[in-house]
Design a binder for this molecule. Sequence first.
Ligand code: 7GP
Length: 827
Amino acid sequence: MTENRANSTAPVTAPQHSVEGFVKEFLRELHFGQGVTLERASVNDEYLALARTVREYLMARWLETVRRQRDAQAKSVAYLSAEYLLGRQLDNALIATDMTEIVEEGLASLGIELSTLREQEVEPGLGNGGLGRLAACFVDSLATMSVPCIGYGIRYEYGIFRQTFVDGFQVEQADTWLTLGAPWEFPHPEAAVTVHFGGSTERYTDDDGVERTRWVPAWDVLGVPYNYMVPGYQNGRVNTLRLWSARATKAFDLAIFNSGEYVDAVRAQTFAENISKVLYPEDSTPQGKELRLQQQYFFVACSIRDFVDNVLPADFDLHNLPDRIIFQLNDTHPVIAVPELMRILVDEKKWDWDEAWAVTQKCFAYTCHTLLPEALEVWPVALLGKLLPRHLEIIYRINDDFLAEVAQRYPGDELRLRRMSIIAEYPERSVRMAFLATVAGAKVNGVAALHSQLLRDKVLPDFSEYWPDKFTNVTNGVTPRRFVRLANPALSELITDAIGPGWLTDLARLREMEPLADDAEFREKFRAVKAHNKQRLSALLQRRDGITLPGDAMLDVMVKRLHEYKRQTLKVLHIVSLYERIISGELDPTSIPPRVFAFGAKAAPGYKMAKQTIALINHVGRVVNDDPRVKGALTVVFPPNYNVTLAETLIPAADLSEQISLAGKEASGTGNMKFALNGALTIGTDDGANVEIRELVGDENFFLFGLVEPEVDALVTAGYHPSSYYEENPTLRRAIDRIASGAFAGGDRTVFEPIVSNLLHEDRFLVLADFQAYLDAQDRVDAAYRDTEAWTRSAILNVARSGYFSSDRAMWDYIDRIWHSQPLAAR
Ligand code: 7GP
């Protein structure tokens, strides 16, 4: 039967790559897929038919890629990530297949505008911020580089919340991204995997007389795989992203159902499905909730099972697993995969512990994305033991073996053992997931040079002393397909005109533009691109939010999650200070270039200070925008619901990129890279990847300010007193006083009191210490912006010198330093 099938396999071919071929297929999808005629079709019908048509052009490539990867038995990367912040799929598929023009023309012949259908797509916001977006960039690059990769994650029914503002305060709404249809996913309920939870463990003697342990779980759920295409850029490859959705198992609800408890049975269903219901909206601050641990175990258990049972051939000898797979752990969220693989090898396959550990250690590598101690995940032993009792035992054993080794190397060093133990005793007995990942991983990497250094020196110093070779750096990158080609078509065209095609998959080639920075005609064209992008943004904000942008102003942008360490408050103080100096007559508004300050930021719903800061920005904006004394000089805009889609229009329009975190706190940043690649200049601290951006683009094309990390460290150690800066700096004092006076809250002094008092008495992230340096740097920005030609020259050099920040380069670095896998050679 299988042979019969193999012989009769019909070739899968894409529809004709022509306007006629497209139109025919599109109408077929509309008629037979949506069940409507063109004259009756809604925009959503048209969008869904279009999406399905475009995916047909990818299908042959996808099936072929899967077949070749199977046949080649090449080493694959399994990227394990709880988040993928994908952004809209349609445009990406169009550029990958080079179909944009054909589709535009074909739709136009039917009286439909592609741009209208584009707007219909709700982006899958299955991530919070940097970490999730990075995962999306990485899978894009691997597909484009023809490297075998499966991205594994969770198909959240509700992604990151939709943000609205009510009286300037953030209000969250559920992200219902699936309600109008999900044309990009391929569910496979028949391939569901069972995942167990709870219960206890028991010892038994197996048939060979060996003492063993088995897990007797209490309940289970099904993981249904949903496949998504990850198209390589015009290279005939399409990789797979496999996201898991939770369903109740039959056994689970049947038992209750049979007892006549219908309502309970339905409740059981809901209970199971809760696991993939919603993305936790915390960014860089884990919540430690049981459901979150369930999510983590759920998706990694499904993924390992899937890889072992479905991706590998049936007769595969798992001793060779490290030749076929590397599980890359995107932060600690998937680290429970380590004891899960051990459990499979030891309990199910009945291997010796040491044999299993030797293999496991070669199958994992760990990427850390933070420096904040509070962002390092720990799970209380009580919780972990209740949900995953066998995994807890395995973690204990890993820890015992590890500490015994350490004790041998450092006899009598009790303190060191305590410091390095995977199990923390204080304030509550818990598992330090970063330690587990470090002990188990073949490699540990940070995400920018400075971050990797601090990771070694400050976060995991004992471990880097113990295993110096385990630690490495891979500086983040971003995909130029989405963030240049798709987001900035005008610049892309200008670049291709200047240096020819090919740069989108070899971004270092942007260097060839360098000489053009000195070409007045090119600079003129470059400015025209910026002006065009500003108009595009202006039209979007008008349409989307009713926001009107002033015609000709410097666009100064700060977009990222709202977090104290990122210091949106410093930006607010700058604005308030300018405003205060203008209305008090100290500063002539015509003496500075007009600026639009644009913000975009979501705050974790439970993060009070972050939500207050959002309200402060909005309230300052309202007062500043309404005050005729500063009209034209200062404008503040804060469109709600910043997401990938908005970023794609906002970033290409920006003149100035705000990267102002306290030095030593931002692991890397990736927005900083997107701005530089789109010709914005950066005002930034010596933090994360800013350091490398500045090195590459040159000091003279970057506005550096602020304390450096060792100075931060020294200041905090010596005792930091923010109020002294307030007292000694009248400009700062006046800005803070203005906020404290209630001037931005209709005279109510209480509204922003928590922000003011936090700044004056705590200021964990040294906003006040860096305030004056920041203002001085902003003065340099103003001066530089006035020299239009010199500014444009710097902007062009930013683009030309940022090719290093392609995620393709990042992927080569992972291959080189961590994975040692190869691209599938061209046939
Ligand atoms: C972020 C980092 O804050 C950011 O600096 C980095 O560019 C990005 O990861 C990608 O590496 N971290 C997160 O988004 C996050 O949730 C969890 O970290 C510890």
